[in-house]
Design a protein around this ligand. Structure first.
Ligand code: FAD
Length: 760
């Protein structure tokens, strides 16, 4: 068996960085992917939106219908689902096998090394996107400005090639860049020499170009053992590609990369290590035919990877920078970058990651902190590893103290770490939070943490709405629509409570970007790619229903995030008549007001009395008359957000309403197609129907790329799983012009569009 369309894959621990990306890529290859996890709620929400069947909790029943079970390295051997899979004889693939399988599905263009992989791979993704390629990607974190960590495209697979636990042992890359090699994962490899041999093997198996950053001693040792050609990149004159004219500042890093071409690198992130990452990504791309101009443009649009020297907050007089560094070399590079950025007094909070790593390289952490003024070391983040000897991070504190360069303290908990920070970080201009575990949460124990300074974020992309749990930057949007295709946007704000609204309202009001509201996305088409747009979504407290009698009438107040079919059934069950028609409209109340949704002889305008609208930070009820409802339209302005809707209905008979609902559902099933669609594409022209005109133009069943006109109802377009929104749009254009040619009628779409030019 191999990964192929229809193969049912279940992933235990799907919320983790690597596994969530893998889930999306496998789904793109047509696999039916399910997964479960107990944390990472935000990632799970995104996965659901991307078509992964996220199951609640951990239950042995989850694995029984799977063809293949995969699991995250963070999942322990005795996990009930893994035990059940073994007992049921379900095929189980460990990570090496998974990556090996992927290289048989696509050409893998990878970046490897013990650190910097996520950053360099994200840079490569940006470069390839600038070159107009539509590659798949498998990265350890979301790629800012591009989208989710996993994506399935038409081209090659750009992958962060992870060395931990022998993961790449069965991978045969097409092209591979090596950044650096430092002692890590020695519990698996046994020695640095073995780890280096593993890198030699994977580079030797690579069938196309190999690129090595030669300034790194470990990478240079590995490359020296290769018997195949490789491209030398570094800062010395005998490198084939030489990085020179290096300039570092707090805002970024610049250099020239001189080899076959002379390439300008201008990064919005600082640090020499980032220039090295960029150089390897650039040479890999150019060896694959990307032009130097596209390399420069791609690197310029790179906006940093999450938790890689990320300015997350201001606290007292200090900038707070969060970094995932967890190896001595990474920490040293991060500290060097901080000094180069001009910070004077640096206080670090460091949380060692994993027992095995702390045991094997614990002493090597000490010199990495030489250039820091104070360091608070919190207890080891075990990542689920057993700790039979009771190893403590205190040992790292001792090593640091022995060097006599940096004041070091031990904090058994994050809360204690925060307390000590408050004591020592009096005049600090930088608080550096480092570690791969949950050390960032030290911030939760500090008072008066403020959003980061915006001048460090000139494009305003990372923090323009603040760091708030209900704001997700660079988030997918297209896959949240019922077409399930399309790109991502600068931010998605999810209001689940009045609190969420109150916290984000002002910043949202002040933000100058285009704002869209997304309900269920059942009438929305989002162009492929990334859009500088903020999307707002309402759920939770904004999806409630309340009703009371007012004379002969029943007054219903519905949250804008509530689904129409849910409300239609509930109202029918409560003996309220007049809203049965809505059972077949898979939108929310907000979307239904905006669109004046309707069907079966009624529409929203028939019952809406008033609507509560948020506009530029103010909220007020508006009389229905002000909304000027007309056929599938209202006068709501772009950026105005419906938060609640008040309708007036009447008392009725439960049995009659339920019978009507059953009849509507039956009719819909008989007349409307399944698959990913957004209902009627075009409005019906006067005295005719769009469906009849499209059929008369001979377009029923007509396909264009990954989109097709339904052969059941010609006014529906069906998008293929993992297809492209731009194909849907191209098909809409073709339908419109062919109908115009055959019948003289110029069709107008019902859909709302994001990221497409006006007048498409
Ligand atoms: C299978 C199928 C059948 C359908 N049948 C019908 C039908 O019979 N009749 C019909 O009218 N439609 C139908 N539709 C289309 C669609 O369901 C409706 O237009 C619905 O009202 C859209 O609601 P939504 O929440 O999905 O809005 P979205 O598609 O998310 O958004 C649509 C528009 O509403 C705006 N919007 C969404 N929420 C808010 C809010 N809170 N405040 C302000 N603006 C908001 C959006 O910005 C956008 O402009 C169908 C769709 C499908 C997929």
């Amino acid at each position: 068996m191999t990964f192929a369309a229809g193969v049912r894959v279940h992933i235990v621990g799907v919320g983790g960085a690597g596994m969530s990306a893998l889930a999306v890529v496998l789904r793109g290859y047509g696999c039916v992917v399910s997964g479960c996890d107990v944390g990472n709620a935000h990632v799970l929400t995104q996965l659901r939106a991307l078509g992964v069947d996220v199951l609640e909790g951990h239950d042995p029943a989850h694995v029984r219908s799977a063809d293949v079970v995969l699991w995250s390295p963070a999942v322990l051997e005795d996990h009930p689902e893994l035990v059940a899979a073994r007992e049921a004889g379900v095929t189980m693939w460990a990570r090496p096998r998974v990556l090996g399988e992927l290289s048989s599905l696509a050409r893998v263009i990878g970046v490897t090394g013990t650190h910097g992989k996520t950053t360099a791979t994200s840079m490569l993704v940006n470069i390839m996107a600038s070159a107009g390629r539509d590659d798949s990607r498998l990265v350890g974190a979301p790629v800012r400005g591009v989208g989710f960590s996993g994506y399935h495209g038409d081209g090659d697979l750009i992958a962060e090639v992870d060395e931990s636990y022998g993961a790449f042992a069965e991978l045969t890359p097409f092209a591979l860049g090596l950044l650096n090699v430092e002692a890590d994962h020695l519990d698996h490899y046994g020695s640095l020499a073995n780890l280096e041999s593993a890198f030699v093997d994977v580079l030797s198996r690579t069938t196309g170009p190999v690129v090595v950053w030669r300034d790194d001693p470990g990478a240079a040792r590995v490359a020296a053992r290769l018997t195949r050609p490789w491209h030398r990149v570094g800062t010395s004159s005998d490198d084939q590609w030489r990085l020179c004219d290096i300039e570092l500042s707090s805002r970024g890093a610049r250099a020239r990369l001189v080899g076959t071409h002379d390439v300008v690198i201008d990064l919005g992130v600082t640090g020499r290590h980032n220039l090295a990452n960029a150089a390897v990504a650039a040479v890999l791309a150019m060896e694959l035919g990307v032009s130097p101009d596209d390399v420069t443009r791609g690197l310029a649009r790179f906006r940093g990877a999450p938790r890689r020297f990320e300015h997350v907050a201001r606290w007292r007089s200090a900038d707070v920078v969060d970094d995932y560094a967890h190896l001595p070399g990474e920490i040293a590079a991060t500290v060097e970058a901080a000094r180069a950025a001009g910070y004077q007094r640096i206080v670090a909070v460091f949380q060692p990651h994993r027992i095995t790593r702390t045991r094997s390289v614990g002493d090597a952490f000490a010199p990495a902190f030489d250039d820091v003024d104070d360091v608070i070391v919190t207890e080891i983040y075990t990542a689920g590893e057993a700790n039979p000897e009771g190893l403590s991070a205190q040992v790292v504190v001792e090593y640091i103290r022995e060097r006599g360069r940096t004041r070091a303290r031990f904090a058994p908990t994050l809360a204690e770490g925060a307390r000590q920070l408050a004591e020592v970080a009096v005049d600090a201009d930088l608080v550096l939070i480092v570690g791969a575990g949950d050390v960032t949460r030290v911030l939760e124990h500090l008072e008066d943490v403020r959003p980061p300074r915006d001048e460090r974020d000139p494009e305003g992309h990372r923090s323009f709405l603040g760091q708030d749990p209900c704001v997700h930057y660079d988030a997918p949007l297209g896959t949240r629509t019922t077409y399930r295709v399309g790109g991502s946007v600068a931010a998605v704000v999810t209001w689940s409570s009045e609190d969420d609204l109150a916290r984000t309202s002002q910043r949202l009001a002040d933000d100058a970007r285009t704002h869209v509201v997304i309900g269920n996305g059942s009438n929305l088409l989002v162009a492929d790619g990334w859009h500088d747009v903020v999307a707002v979504h309402l759920e939770g407290d904004f999806a409630q229903l309340a009703l009371h009698d007012e004379g002969d009438d029943v007054v219903v107040v519905a949250g804008a995030g509530l689904d129409l079919p849910v409300a239609a059934r509930r109202l029918a069950g409560d003996g309220v008549a007049g809203f049965e028609w809505a059972v077949g409209v898979p939108g929310t109340f907000g979307g239904a007001v905006a669109m004046n949704a309707g069907g079966h002889g009624s529409d929203m305008s028939a019952s809406v009395r008033r609507v509560e609208v948020w506009s530029r930070g103010q909220r007020a009820w508006r009389d229905a008359r002000e909304l000027h409802f007309s056929y599938r339209a209202s006068a709501l302005a772009p950026g105005e957000i419906v938060t609640r809707v008040e309708l007036v209905l009447r008392r009725g008979d439960v049995a009659t309403s339920r019978a009507q609902i059953s009849e509507i559902v039956r009719w819909r099933r008989a007349h409307q197609p399944g698959g990913a669609n957004a209902g009627s594409v075009f409005r019906n022209p006067e005295n005719d129907t769009a469906g009849r005109l499209i059929e008369a133009a001979g377009l029923k069943g007509h396909r264009l790329g990954s989109a097709a006109v339904s052969d059941k109802h010609a006014n529906f377009i069906i998008a293929d799983p993992g297809g492209r929104a731009n194909d849907v749009m191209a098909l809409m254009r073709e339908v419109r012009s062919r109908v115009a040619a055959t019948s003289g009628v110029w069709l107008e779409t019902e859909h709302r569009l994001v990221g497409f030019e006006e007048g498409w």
